[in-house]
Design a protein around this ligand. Structure first.
Ligand SMILES: Nc1ncnc2c1ncn2[C@@H]1O[C@H](COP(=O)(O)OP(=O)(O)OP(=O)(O)O)[C@@H](O)[C@H]1O
Length: 286
């Protein structure tokens, strides 16, 4: 009996320490051009991995490959395992169940991700109903309001019927975050989520993501060309150059002991963020 219990405990422990996302030898080619070459990384439950590199290094292609949203001309090889499932082998309908549900994504430019002619309450509701058609209308409305409140949008009830252009850039990113989190994903892919925002709003959005990550025990793949931004939020950082990961280390180690010349250049070039880690949520929202 003791042995049985012991084995069970070991199994449970190894299961709980298994990465949520495990990417192995991923290559992505667009025709003859190999954009990503044999990269491997993993994200543990609750962990944030920063993926940093210059424009064209293959960061977005990597994130789109995880969601299987690459252009039809692209070919992804290697393996992407999410919660034990091999994503590159899943049938499309199973993949659709993951997208926007267990794996959600936010992008750089909220205006292009939102439908300009649809009220934001309806857009957030649509994200929920796509995966939960059974939820009643009144319950959807309440969940939308709760989601808006959780991301710090003022007066959610009053603003349900407003259109995207009636919100500021920072508020629109909050709306996208509400849409991304409404189905309680386990993994959030954030691709340059603060790049289009000015520095103060950038800091507020980073602060919000850090809070939500804790509340929801989210794992996150945080993509940016800006090492200073990545270092604000990531537990570990993978540095990408020309489609390859040239270095990966816990954030502090990467800054203290950068191994690769490209990482050293990024550190030298990174401006100081000057974000206030204790920024209260009550800070005026722009
Ligand atoms: N649909 C596509 N067709 C052909 N080539 C593509 C396509 N999408 C990306 N690429 C190429 O793949 C490479 C990696 O692009 P990717 O967008 O992943 O880089 P990135 O690091 O995210 O840069 P950025 O931040 O500028 O988007 C680039 O050389 C790019 O030209």
């Amino acid at each position: 009996m003791d042995t049985f219990n012991h084995v069970n405990l070991a199994t449970i422990q190894s299961m709980s320490s298994a990465p949520l996302l495990d990417v192995r030898n991923l290559s992505i080619a667009f025709g003859k051009h190999t954009a990503v070459r044999e990269i491997s990384f993993h994200i543990n439950p609750g962990e944030t991995l920063g993926l940093v590199g210059e424009s064209g290094s293959g960061k977005s292609a990597t994130s789109l490959a995880i969601l299987r949203l690459l252009a039809p001309s692209a070919r992804a090889t290697g393996s992407i395992t999410f919660a034990g499932e091999s994503l590159l082998d899943l049938p499309e309908n199973s993949m659709r169940r993951h997208r926007g549900s267990s794996i959600a994504m936010i992008f750089q430019e909220p205006m292009t991700a939102l439908n300009p002619s649809m009220r934001i309450g309806a857009q957030i509701a649509e994200a929920l109903e796509a995966h939960h058609p059974e939820i009643s209308t009144s319950s959807v409305r309440q969940k939308v309001i709760d989601a808006m409140r959780e991301v710090g949008l003022p007066d959610p009830e009053g603003r349900l019927r407003d259109y995207p252009h009636q919100f500021s850039g920072g508020q629109r990113q909050r709306i996208l975050i509400a849409m991304a989190l409404i189905n309680r994903p386990r993994l959030l892919i954030a691709d340059e989520p603060t790049t289009a925002l000015d520095v103060t709003v950038q800091a507020q959005i980073l602060h919000l993501l850090k809070e939500l990550r804790q509340t929801h025990q989210l794992s996150m793949l945080f993509i940016s060309h800006d090492l200073a931004v990545v270092s604000e939020i990531a537990d570990r950082v993978a540095v990408m150059q020309h489609g390859q990961i040239v270095e990966e280390a816990p954030t502090g180690t990467l800054f203290r002991h950068p191994q690769h010349p490209y990482t050293r250049n990024l550190i030298t070039a990174a401006p100081t963020m000057h974000t206030d880690r204790n920024l209260p949520l009550a800070t005026p929202i722009r």
